[in-house]
Design a protein around this ligand. Structure first.
Ligand code: ADP
Length: 372
């Protein structure tokens, strides 16, 4: 292998942080020449001037410099031609036609909706942590924030306000946070626009569009943080993703149960399968062993029992009240990462393990849901 071959190999292995593939594979490496220890490398990116471009440039420089025999590196950064970009988006789609919703019934991706009867039960917090816990277990995880009342997912995952998906022509690449490809309807709003005021058809089109145009790549699991209750979004997603699975989040309070049961029943009416109930804000133990059940107990099991007519719906997790869980959300570092030994983090990681399954079988047939 010549020195320039070695430099090309090193540079080609650099990963594009957004596309998450080696730049060699993405045809971004152009010319490589080495002359007396001085390496000249030219690369072509989809766009220049973005943070990812700066990172790729410095990674390329470091990769070239790491090759023995190279003592000086010059990197030229150019931009792809429209034809090169078209070839790239084609490749990224893996032959999948543009404008086709990739999460249909034949998809290998498991789609799990996280619903609740009412707001404030910790649905978004649980969803963000569950996504990160699943990613930590090696699954390819996407997360859609469809909770039009709050759009709290980006904040919970530490994605800076105003972050937009990267666009390569008509392909939108979701930001990645803690290993989770994340998109929020909030990223599609113009300044000050309030999505809650949108009428049903407009919401429907928007949800359909971003499930279609956002490029998640091959996912094992797509989690969708649903708005609380049984409104337009729940109905639209029921129509667009009738094969989705549903997790219902509730608090231990009896009063919270009724609305939670209703949200599970509505999901089932659209054909979706309620795979379990998650109880959040459950009793926690003080260091001296005293158990504090601020919101009572039994609500999660009551919801699971009420939804079990016909098909058994298990209570999959009971997540205690936890200051660390709340603080992690405020700081944008989910507790499963910031304090994995916290009781809430353990309960969420157990939930991830229980749910954890790779994509469905390659035959494209839905496998029976494994809840062990
Ligand atoms: P929802 O999505 O159901 O509206 P959020 O996830 O926004 O609820 O949570 C509401 C508030 O409750 C947030 O401030 C969050 O940090 C806090 N929270 C959620 N779950 C817990 C918990 N188990 N312990 C302590 N605080 C929690």
């Amino acid at each position: 292998m010549t020195l320039s071959d070695a430099v090309r190999a090193a540079v080609s292995a650099v990963t594009d942080p957004e596309l998450r593939r080696p730049i060699g594979e993405l045809d971004m490496v152009r010319d490589v020449a080495v002359d007396g220890g001085r390496a000249q490398v030219s690369i072509a990116l989809t766009i220049v001037g973005c943070p990812a471009a700066a990172r790729i440039e410095s990674d390329v420089r470091a990769a070239a410099a790491s090759v023995p025999g190279v003592d000086e590196v010059e990197v030229q950064v150019g931009v792809m031609t429209p034809a090169e970009r078209a070839a790239l988006t084609e490749r990224l789609r893996d032959g999948r036609p543009a404008r086709q919703m990739p999460f249909g019934p034949d998809s290998l991706t498991r789609v799990i909706l996280i619903s609740s009867g009412k707001g404030g039960v910790g649905k978004s917090t649980v969803t963000a942590n569950l996504a990160v816990a699943l990613a930590g277990r090696g699954l390819a995880v996407g997360l859609v924030d469809a909770d039009v009342h709050g759009f709290s997912i980006p904040g919970l995952l530490g994605i800076p306000a105003g972050t937009q998906p990267t666009r390569i022509d008509d392909l939108m690449l979701p930001p990645v946070a803690h290993g989770v490809k994340t998109i929020s309807i909030g990223m599609f709003l113009r300044d000050g626009e309030a999505v809650v005021a949108w009428r049903g058809p407009m919401l429907h089109r928007t949800v359909q569009q971003f499930l279609t145009d956002v490029f998640f790549g091959d996912l094992d699991v797509l989690l969708i943080d649903m708005p609380p209750g049984t409104g337009d979004i729940a109905i639209s997603i029921g129509q667009i993703l009738p094969h989705a699975e549903v997790l219902v989040v509730t608090t231990p309070q009896a009063a919270a149960s009724d609305v939670a049961i209703r949200s599970g029943l509505v999901a089932r009416q659209t054909g979706q399968k309620v795979i379990g109930v998650v109880e959040n804000m459950a009793a926690f133990a003080l260091p001296d062993g005293t158990v504090v059940d601020l919101f009572g107990s039994g609500g999660g099991q009551a919801v699971a029992d009420a939804l079990s007519a016909g098909e058994q719906v298990p209570l999959l997790a009971s997540i205690p009240l936890s200051p660390a869980l709340r603080a992690g959300g405020d700081a944008g570092v989910p507790v499963v990462i910031s304090e994995p030994t916290d009781a809430a983090a353990i309960a969420i990681d157990d939930l991830a393990r229980t749910l954890g399954t790779r994509r469905r079988s390659l035959s494209g047939r839905p496998l029976p849901v494994r809840v062990s």
